[in-house]
Design a protein around this ligand. Structure first.
Ligand code: 6PG
Length: 250
């Protein structure tokens, strides 16, 4: 049974990134203590950069970085050195600055010109890493997510085919509005995480956040993220929360 979402409203983006970095560190440390490793799937877009910059700083230098394993919940179908690459942003902001062994960074092979093939290769990467039996779903310690103004999350966009995928772990999803494929985790993987943490910042996200958190009929992609046996944390700033009911904003 899914627990109630934990919704935390932070006054500013800076406070949001600080809260996110502290939550990341706490979850990671607990995972390493409990099982000797921490598996995390990073989100893309611009919002996580603020958190990554903090995690790369002195305050978090003593984390057991060598026991962390990094994946991506979604990726643009561009080479890893492309300015739009989620991997490139995370590498520049964080992974190039902390002592994570390069073999612990398992990015989506988007240099593969065929998006479906890249997705299938990444799916095999998950199956091998987590030693999955047929039909088994990986259970990440943490999956970070963002949300677009249209209520998409990862690369699960409204009206896209991947919304209906309940077997595959990773798929290439055609995104009509961008006229491109994106590689994305599916809901079975996301909803099997120990913890899913959304980071949502900015006024432009306020209408979608209201719909997702306060209109159960919205059907927006982000609303279907409900870990079946895990924590769901929403870290949002006051601008993004500006259309939430006063109760939530108290
Ligand atoms: C991506 C993301 C996507 C992102 C949202 C929010 O590849 O773009 O994974 O789901 O999290 O679009 O993006 P911003 O943080 O840039 O607003």
């Amino acid at each position: 049974m899914a627990d109630q979402p934990e919704i935390r409203i932070l006054d500013t983006p800076a406070e949001l990134f600080q809260a996110a970095a502290e939550e990341f560190a706490e979850i990671a440390t607990a995972a390493v203590q409990a099982q000797g490793r921490f598996t995390v799937a990073l989100s893309g877009g611009s919002t996580p950069r603020g958190m990554f910059n903090l995690l790369a700083g002195e305050k978090f230098a003593s984390l057991p970085w060598s026991k962390f394993y990094f994946f991506w919940g979604d990726e643009r179908h561009v080479p890893p050195d492309n300015p739009d690459s989620n991997y490139r942003m995370a590498y520049e902001a964080l992974l190039s600055k902390v002592p994570v062994p390069k073999e612990n960074v398992l990015r989506v092979p988007t240099e593969n010109k065929d998006a479906d093939s890249a997705a299938r290769v990444y799916e095999e990467t998950l199956k091998n890493f987590f030693k999955l039996r047929p039909g088994e779903v990986p259970r990440f310690d943490l999956i970070l997510l963002g949300m677009g103004p249209d209520g998409h999350t990862a690369s699960l966009f409204p009206d896209s085919v991947a919304l209906q995928e309940d077997e595959r772990l990773v798929v290439a999803n055609w995104v009509e509005k961008f006229k491109t494929f994106r590689i994305t985790f599916t809901y079975p993987v996301i909803n099997n995480a120990v913890c899913v943490m959304f980071l949502v910042s900015g006024e432009d996200k306020a209408p979608a956040l209201h719909e997702v958190l306060e209109n159960q009929e919205s059907g927006l992609p982000a609303q279907r993220v409900r870990p079946s046996n895990g924590r769901l944390i929403w870290l949002v700033d006051r601008a993004a929360a500006s259309q939430l009911s006063s109760l939530k904003r108290s």
